[in-house]
Design a protein around this ligand. Structure first.
Ligand code: AMP
Ligand code: ZN
Length: 110
């Protein structure tokens, strides 16, 4: 059972921003910045690194994230984040890229 697979199958609603044949971008339910969009591959793999086995799909996720950032007017700066593993804060084990922007970002991250 995977939350994002259930969303892709329409069992749970998602606030879709933009999609391609291989990926979907939708708003995070608990936004951490004025713009907080998640970009996921339609294929279920555990994390973004594992998606490198499918280079076209990995590129599609990253390109969709960049398109969303542009559409959301984040050219002054935004962050793409892929929490990987429990210690890094990953809670959904279906690959996803966070696109965060609309405020100044701190570094190093928490
Ligand atoms: P991570 O903690 O990196 O695995 O990211 C999972 C993200 O999924 C979190 O930022 C959650 O707020 C988000 N999330 C969980 N459930 C939903 C949902 N139903 N719709 C949209 N985003 C969700
Ligand atoms: Zn999944």
């Amino acid at each position: 059972m995977c939350l994002f697979c259930d969303m892709l199958e329409g069992k749970i609603p998602m606030d879709v921003v933009r999609e391609t044949g291989q990926s979907v971008a939708f708003r995070d339910i608990n936004p951490q910045a004025p713009t907080h969009v998640l970009v996921i591959p339609r294929r279920h793999v555990e994390n973004l690194g594992a998606l490198a086995e499918y280079p076209e799909e990995l590129a599609d996720v990253v390109a969709l994230g960049a398109s969303v950032a542009e559409e959301e007017g984040l050219e002054a700066g935004f962050r793409m984040v892929a929490n990987t593993g429990e210690l890094a804060g990953q809670t959904v084990f279906h690959a996803h890229l966070h696109v965060l922007g609309g405020r100044r970002m701190a570094w190093p991250p928490g």
